[in-house]
Design a protein around this ligand. Structure first.
Ligand code: AMP
Ligand code: TRP
Length: 333
């Protein structure tokens, strides 16, 4: 079966190891399978749901493209584009906002987390954010959406919206109901400073995350300072599951090494954290440093990055405009 893949990453700077292991690494594997048709979107409209500096936003859009390419996505195989340039996304988000129900959105945990205590001050865009995400996915008839674990709820909402549209307008199968592609293990990479908190670009402490643009020395230093507990490494997964920091570091090692937790535990069981951290730093430098160097090289050639986006925009526009035409007909515009 041909899989139609769609995913998005926000250009908000500091793309980190969580983005890489939770999402982008998976994008690369999907891109490499010639059977798949992939669309990877720099979701700049989502980024402005919180305040952005225009100059930084422009740089961050390019940096996200550079990260995609440096990680191994091939722009001649996959469509890479920026969301704001294909106006169908905003338009269809409006239409879908007339399909989605308030009660559905009120359940979204990401809004609750991001809006914090003072919900009255959150932008309306932050609240309706998952509807725009549904528009992204449904415009391209995506069958599969690779994301990290934190996006699972938004994807369920997208499925509900698609289903309701199909039912309301009696157009069975018009919107494809997308399947989430969430990795079974390592779908949530945690902060290096707190094994119970997600690794995030918005964490105040830079020591909490490995940025994909970090240098070798920064990586080694951050792993050295990563929080651990005082016991030697565990001998089985059951014990590991009770120790969040150990679980996170062993999970990161396994994911980078393409091995299972069990295999990693077998190699390090009974050793102390300092030995394990040396191996982890080495592995991480081997995997991340080439990406980091390539990102920095690509960022020197903004014309090349802009060209990739403008070619991607053309291809995306072609697909999206056909879908919009059909949506207009169905609705009665
Ligand atoms: P964002 O930067 O919020 O646009 O996220 C881009 C992708 O990275 C999404 O698929 C997220 O689910 C994924 N992601 C972000 N943070 C993490 C994390 N700490 N662990 C795993 N996946 C993550
Ligand atoms: N909301 C996603 C995130 O924060 C990004 C995103 C926007 C997305 N549109 C999408 C992901 C469509 C998958 C499909 O990570």
């Amino acid at each position: 079966m041909v899989k139609k893949i769609f995913s998005g990453v926000q250009p908000t700077g500091n793309l980190h190891l969580g983005n890489y292991l939770g999402a982008i690494k998976n994008f690369v594997e999907l891109n490499n399978d010639n059977q798949n048709k992939c669309v990877f979107c720099v979701v700049d409209l989502h980024a402005i749901t919180v305040k952005q500096d225009p100059k930084e936003l422009r740089n961050n859009i390019r940096e996200t493209v550079a990260t995609f390419i440096a990680s191994g996505i091939d722009p001649s195989k996959s469509i890479i584009f920026n969301q704001s340039k294909v106006t169908a996304h905003s338009e269809i988000a409006w239409i879908l906002s007339c399909v989605a129900r308030m009660g559905w959105l009120n359940r979204m945990t990401q809004f609750k987390e991001k809006a914090g205590k003072d919900k009255e001050k959150a932008s309306v865009g932050l609240y309706s954010y998952p509807i725009l995400m549904a528009a992204d996915i449904l415009l391209y008839d995506a069958t599969h959406v690779p994301v990290g674990d934190d996006q699972k709820q938004h994807l369920e909402l997208c499925r509900d919206i698609a289903q309701k549209f199909n039912n309301d307008f009696e157009v069975e199968d018009f919107f494809v109901i997308p399947e989430p592609l969430i990795q079974k293990e390592f779908s949530r990479i945690m902060s290096l400073k707190d094994g119970l908190k997600k690794m995030s670009k918005s964490d105040e402490s830079d020591l909490s995350r490995i940025n994909l643009t970090d240098t070798k020395d920064q990586i080694i230093n951050k792993i050295k300072k990563a929080k651990t507990d005082s016991l030697p490494l565990p001998s089985n997964v059951e014990e590991l599951n009770k120790r969040p920091e150990a679980l996170n570091l062993i999970g990161i090692y396994s994911s980078l090494n393409n091995s299972s937790l069990e295999e990693t535990i077998k190699n390090f069981s009974g050793k102390n954290f300092s030995d394990f951290k040396n191996s982890l730093s080495q592995l991480m430098v081997d995997k991340i440093d080439p990406i980091s160097l390539e990102i920095r090289k690509l960022l020197d050639d903004s014309d090349y990055l802009d060209q990739i986006l403008s070619e991607g925009v053309k291809k995306a526009q072609e697909i999206a405009s056909q879908k919009v035409k059909k949506i207009h007909e169905i609705i009665g515009f």
